[in-house]
Design a protein around this ligand. Structure first.
Ligand code: HEC
Ligand code: HEC
Ligand code: HEC
Ligand code: HEC
Length: 156
């Protein structure tokens, strides 16, 4: 066949493609995790791996089943929508075993984390210059953390 007389380079090119494709499939089979693509463009096994990680946060509904008095006080005040663990930190361990004392948050660092005046905060958000506002007195002397607005005569 005269058309294939000088076709050696075509077969070499085809061979390069075949070898390349085989190498791609072998490497792909070796490096792509088995469960990849099971549900979508990710490792299917990642879901059960993440679900089996230990919990750290219990969620405020859980706290409220035992600490009903505090939940009630909090829901009536300006901190109604600040979750327990936003201030107390992750307390799943305490929920599992209430005899583990979670301690109390240190108001000296806690309150200013959200309320220290900063240009970066939205203007509507209540903020104070801590030194000027409290004169070095602990915030909880005047504000109850679970209902911080000071009513006549104080909220404590
Ligand atoms: C199964 C019931 C239960 C659950 C759920 C629970 N607690 Fe407690 N908690 C207790 C008991 C009992 C104590 C120890 C007695 C006490 O001080 O009331 C305690 C103590 C505390 C203390 C320390 C009180 C102190 O005087 O030092 C804090 C703070 C606290 N809990 C916060 C939380 C938060 C936040 C949550 C939710 C993540 C939570 N608790 C969930 C039962 C519970
Ligand atoms: C805005 C921050 C904040 C939030 C939100 C908050 N706490 Fe507290 N909580 C504190 C601080 C600060 C103290 C320590 C007060 C002190 O030193 O007297 C405290 C103390 C406590 C105590 C010890 C007893 C007491 O009355 O002093 C318990 C129990 C408690 N909190 C449970 C809860 C639970 C349950 C929730 C959610 C329903 C919650 N807290 C939400 C800041 C907070
Ligand atoms: C996780 C962030 C956070 C922490 C920590 C926190 N607060 Fe608040 N605070 C809020 C939010 C959110 C509001 C409600 C703002 C609103 O809805 O206008 C609020 C409202 C208040 C108000 C009412 C302001 C007003 O407009 O009258 C006071 C007072 C206050 N907090 C004091 C405290 C004190 C004292 C502490 C420490 C015990 C504290 N806060 C810790 C988030 C926080
Ligand atoms: C000596 C008592 C006292 C202490 C200590 C104190 N406050 Fe207050 N705070 C008040 C009073 C009274 C008001 C209400 C004033 C008003 O209505 O404007 C107030 C109001 C606030 C407000 C609302 C401001 C606004 O713009 O509406 C925030 C936020 C606040 N305090 C946070 C704190 C923080 C954080 C600390 C600790 C660094 C603290 N306070 C310590 C007495 C105190």
């Amino acid at each position: 066949m005269s058309v294939f007389r000088n076709a050696g380079h075509l077969f070499r090119l085809a061979a390069v493609f075949v070898v390349g494709t085989v190498a791609f499939l072998v490497i792909r089979a070796a490096v792509v995790p088995r469960s990849f693509g099971e549900y979508g463009h990710y490792r299917g096994a990642a879901i059960s791996e993440i679900a089996s990680l230990p919990l750290h946060f219990a969620g405020h509904q859980t706290c409220e089943t035992c600490h009903t008095d505090i939940a009630k006080m909090k829901s009536a005040g300006m901190h109604a929508h600040v979750n327990c663990e936003a201030c107390h930190g992750p307390l799943e361990k305490h929920v599992k075993d209430p005899s583990i004392d979670p301690g109390k948050p240190d108001a000296a660092v806690l309150c200013v984390r959200c309320h220290a005046a900063s240009a970066a905060r939205p203007k509507w958000f209540p903020q104070v210059d801590p030194a000027q506002h409290s004169g070095g007195i602990a915030c909880t002397t005047c504000h109850n953390p679970h209902n911080p607005v000071i009513a006549a005569g104080g909220s404590k």
